[in-house]
Design a protein around this ligand. Structure first.
Ligand SMILES: Cc1cc2nc3c(=O)[nH]c(=O)nc-3n(C[C@H](O)[C@H](O)[C@H](O)COP(=O)(O)OP(=O)(O)OC[C@H]3O[C@@H](n4cnc5c(N)ncnc54)[C@H](O)[C@@H]3O)c2cc1C
Length: 260
């Protein structure tokens, strides 16, 4: 069971960060979906609801997604649906159900860097960055390599890329966690990016496989590079060997979809 001693809704990010750092058991609240599954005693639960972080806006070069944006908004927002083929919207549409996606937040989902995330593969192939209150703006790829450090994820930044991205996954049933998932981007300039998640570790880019595609290798050869390049593991959802095999099918499927 989770117990919360005090609920606070600060008026600024600075105040939220100060409260977060003032006690080891203080935490930031997202939609509370994952926190409530655990068992811990929280001193101060910090709600970011007063900080106007529920937005999706565009500048000339970027799309900005506030931390308090729900996964459901990502799924149905026109800007995100029209961005590089709608891979982000497609990815999150697989998460549990609409009611849940109305509640779960982007900031929590990205900051937590879950290995099973259906959001991170698309963000990774699209060169997303994250803005952290203390840590500043860093590439998502770098953020995924980092250890956990207490901070507040303020927004996700997407560069306006020209090209097509797809998300795909293999899961036993709707609502279950992916056994394996991934995303692929094909730029108008011939650039490829491939990300494989739920290995079951955090999503990672398959750099060598993407380079082979750019160099004109055929897809049958490229898929064999994936299990050599990335580490796969076993958990209750699938064995290492199964994931390695399925990664090949997944990448072939995504390659067909991005319109090779
Ligand atoms: C039953 C269940 C099934 C799920 N299935 C899937 C699935 O199939 N695919 C998938 O991709 N995801 C899945 N998820 C994860 C889900 O999509 C969300 O990512 C998760 O619930 C966290 O979002 P939340 O808003 O509920 O965060 P919370 O539970 O409120 O917070 C999660 C963590 O993030 C921290 N946090 C919150 N906001 C911030 C912030 N702005 N900055 C820094 N830290 C922050 C919190 O302190 C906490 O540690 C599932 C979750 C549950 C509970």
């Amino acid at each position: 069971m989770i117990t919360i001693k005090e609920y606070v809704a600060p008026a600024s990010l600075e105040e939220a960060y100060k409260i977060l750092m003032s006690g080891k058991t203080n935490l930031i609240l997202g939609g509370f979906g994952f926190i409530k599954m655990g068992s811990r005693a929280v001193n101060k639960a910090i709600d970011l609801c007063n900080l106007s972080l529920d937005y999706i806006t565009e500048t000339t070069d970027e799309i900005l997604i506030g931390a308090e944006t729900s996964l459901r908004t990502l799924e149905i927002n026109e800007i995100i649906r029209n961005y590089c083929g709608g891979a982000i919207s497609e990815g999150v549409s697989n998460i549990v159900g609409v009611q849940f996606r109305n509640m779960a937040k982007v900031g929590a989902s990205v900051f937590s860097r879950y290995g099973f995330s259906d959001l991170l593969p698309s963000l990774l192939v699209l060169d997303a960055k994250v803005r952290l209150y203390k840590g500043g703006i860093i590439d998502l790829e770098e953020f995924l390599e980092k250890d956990f450090e207490r901070d507040i994820l303020v927004e996700v930044i997407l560069p306006k890329k020209k090209g097509m991205a797809v998300y795909d996954c293999i899961r036993k049933s709707t609502g279950d966690f992916s056994i394996i998932n991934g995303a692929m981007f094909r730029g108008e300039d011939g650039q490829y990016k491939i990300a494989i998640g739920s290995r079951p570790q955090r999503v990672k880019l398959a750099v060598k496989a993407a380079k082979a595609l750019e160099d004109g290798e055929n897809i049958e050869t490229v898929v064999d590079i994936i299990p050599e390049e990335l580490h796969f593991g076993t958990n209750v959802r699938g064995s290492k060997e199964y994931r390695e095999d399925m990664s090949k099918a997944l990448v072939s499927r995504m390659y067909c979809k991005v319109g090779a």
